[in-house]
Design a protein around this ligand. Structure first.
Ligand code: BES
Ligand code: ZN
Ligand code: ZN
Length: 512
């Protein structure tokens, strides 16, 4: 996927050799679907026979006939994909998500036919800017073409499909915007696929040190500023949260920081991602069944670092700082005990009632440290934080908890644009009461009721008055709503939301 090339061409389609050519067709009432004149005759025939109406997800595949006008075509196979009815009144975000799905369908068709080279005839949709169409299609194809085969060494056959090598987007009249959109789509999809790669690595393949190495590499290639606080730094700084979680582990923790600065005075956005490389629960150990999934407990950290790859490439007018507190959560003989009291970076003391509520402990130090060090205008954290969010929202929405309406609105809009919907949950003093402790300032669990919100209430003690939003992605980081461009396994959630948020950033107006 990293090596998949996507270029835009205006050369006549017939002259381009490819394994598969894809066209799109729009459904009409009792009429043949609207499509490119090159495939019109076939589509009309299929419509007459009732085989292809142009409905969303409908597919018509055929092989160019040497006796017809297609005889010069360079494509080995032609695939016409139904787009459904053109409904200009439909929400733009929904139209774009349909295009991503069509991109995903295209990738699946490529896998089925083992196509390595793909030519896509970019469709026109009334009232939808062509760069947006191209961006969504590019994202859908690349996200749908994702596979992780690194550890399948001996069973893999030479003939196994390895994904697309070359994609061409054809547009005769809109080359420039198609190129611009495709580039944005490729950047976002590559970042999300990099996050999926990290998440797919097992606990022994992706340790805190790997987060540090990835960030250091990114900094080196793109000229970002990289810092990594090690265990000794954390001890000096009094980061009792991350140190407490790491106590039972033989693998040292890291607090990885990447900073992009546009070199002029702009707003600062701080992103913080939970980087628990494996969550056993610690002494409050998790049940064995399904525990292997806790290798995904670092998806928040993956999202913020890979979003930085896109930031580094696109160089927005916004300072962006990403922090990943990274550790595993183990139950070694020095592990933190239930009942222990820790001192967080900002001086707040916390009674650790359940060592499995470790995400909030490491995020607390990272939030307080990031806010003190970088004085951001806004801060967003992202974490696979609570099982409770799955009970509340299932696998279709990520949870959002915030102390700021304007930031929440920006995030909800960005999530919608990315096809990664967010649902805001409330936060007030009543929830904060649930985490009051008899022996310390706070405790790390607030009971079963409102578990996602009480976890956020804990984090709120570390952001002071800074506009802050928390994204709980425990239900969406994997097992996310099944779509053709979201294969089973880690979804890469959050990455494209952050990229969309940053691309559309307007000067922050709220008084600090
Ligand atoms: N990493 C888990 C949350 C999680 C659960 C993510 C299921 C994905 C799927 C987190 O560290 C955790 O264990 N949370 C506990 C908190 C509880 C002890 C207050 C939970 O949600 O059960
Ligand atoms: Zn846990
Ligand atoms: Zn966890």
């Amino acid at each position: 996927m990293e090596t998949t090339r996507l270029t835009v061409t205006e050369k006549p389609i017939d002259t381009i050799a490819s394994d598969l050519v894809v066209y799109f067709a729009t459904k009409r009432e009792d009429m043949p679907p609207v499509c490119d004149p090159k495939v019109e005759d076939r589509v009309k025939k299929a419509h007459e026979l009732g085989d292809f109406l142009g409905k969303m997800d409908e597919e018509l595949m055929y092989y160019p006939d040497v006796d017809t006008k297609e005889k010069k075509t360079g494509g080995k196979r032609i695939l016409v994909l139904g787009m459904g009815k053109a409904e200009p009144e439909k929400d733009l975000a929904d139209i774009l998500d349909n295009l991503r799905r069509l991109g995903g369908n295209t990738a699946r068709a490529c896998e089925k036919t083992k196509a390595k080279t793909l030519l896509v005839c970019v469709p026109h949709i009334p009232q939808v800017p062509v760069d947006k169409i191209s961006q969504a299609l590019a994202e859908g194809i690349l996200l749908g073409d994702y596979r992780f085969g690194k550890y399948k060494k001996t069973t893999r056959k030479k003939t196994d499909y390895k994904g697309l090598a070359d994609i061409k987007f054809f547009s005769d009249t809109f080359v420039k915007p198609v190129r611009k959109g495709a580039k944005m789509g490729v950047t976002a999809a590559r970042a999300a696929c990099a996050a999926r790669d990290m998440a797919n690595e097992p606990g022994n393949g992706w340790t805190p040190g790997q987060f540090a190495d990835y960030a250091a590499d990114l900094a080196k290639t793109h000229g970002l500023k990289y810092t990594c606080l090690g265990k000794k730094d954390m001890q000096k700084l009094g980061m009792g949260g991350i140190l407490g979680v790491n106590q039972g582990s033989s693998t040292p923790p890291c607090m990885v920081v990447l900073e992009y600065s546009p070199g002029k005075k702009t707003d600062t956005l701080l992103l913080v991602g939970k980087g628990v490389t494996f969550d056993s629960g610690g002494i409050s150990i998790k049940p064995a069944s399904g525990m292997e999934e806790m290798k995904y407990d670092m998806c928040g950290g993956a999202a913020v670092l890979t979003a930085m790859a896109a930031v580094a490439e696109e160089k927005p007018d916004l300072r962006v700082v990403a922090i990943v507190p990274a550790t595993d959560n183990m139950s070694g003989s020095s592990a933190i005990h239930p009942g222990d009291i820790i001192h967080h970076y900002n001086g707040v003391t916390s009674e650790i009632v359940n060592t499995d509520a470790e995400g909030r402990m490491i995020l607390a130090d990272a939030l307080a440290y990031g806010i003190k060090t970088y004085t951001p205008d806004c801060v967003v954290d992202i974490a696979t934080l609570t099982g409770a969010v799955i009970i509340g929202l299932g696998h279709h929405y990520s949870g959002l908890v915030s102390n700021n309406d304007a930031l929440s609105e920006r995030l909800v809009a960005a999530g919608k644009d990315a096809g990664e919907p967010l649902w805001r949950l409330p936060l007030n003093k009543d929830y904060e009461k649930q985490i009051e402790s008899k022996v310390a300032d706070i405790k790390n669990v607030g009971g079963k009721p409102g578990g996602t919100i009480t976890a956020a209430a804990y984090l709120s003690k570390f952001v002071d008055k800074t506009p802050w939003a928390h994204l709980d992605i425990a239900g969406t980081a994997w097992d996310f709503t099944e779509k053709s461009y979201i294969p089973k396994g880690p979804s890469g959630i959050g990455v494209r939301t952050f990229i969309s948020l940053i691309r559309s950033w307007k000067k922050w107006e709220q008084p600090k």
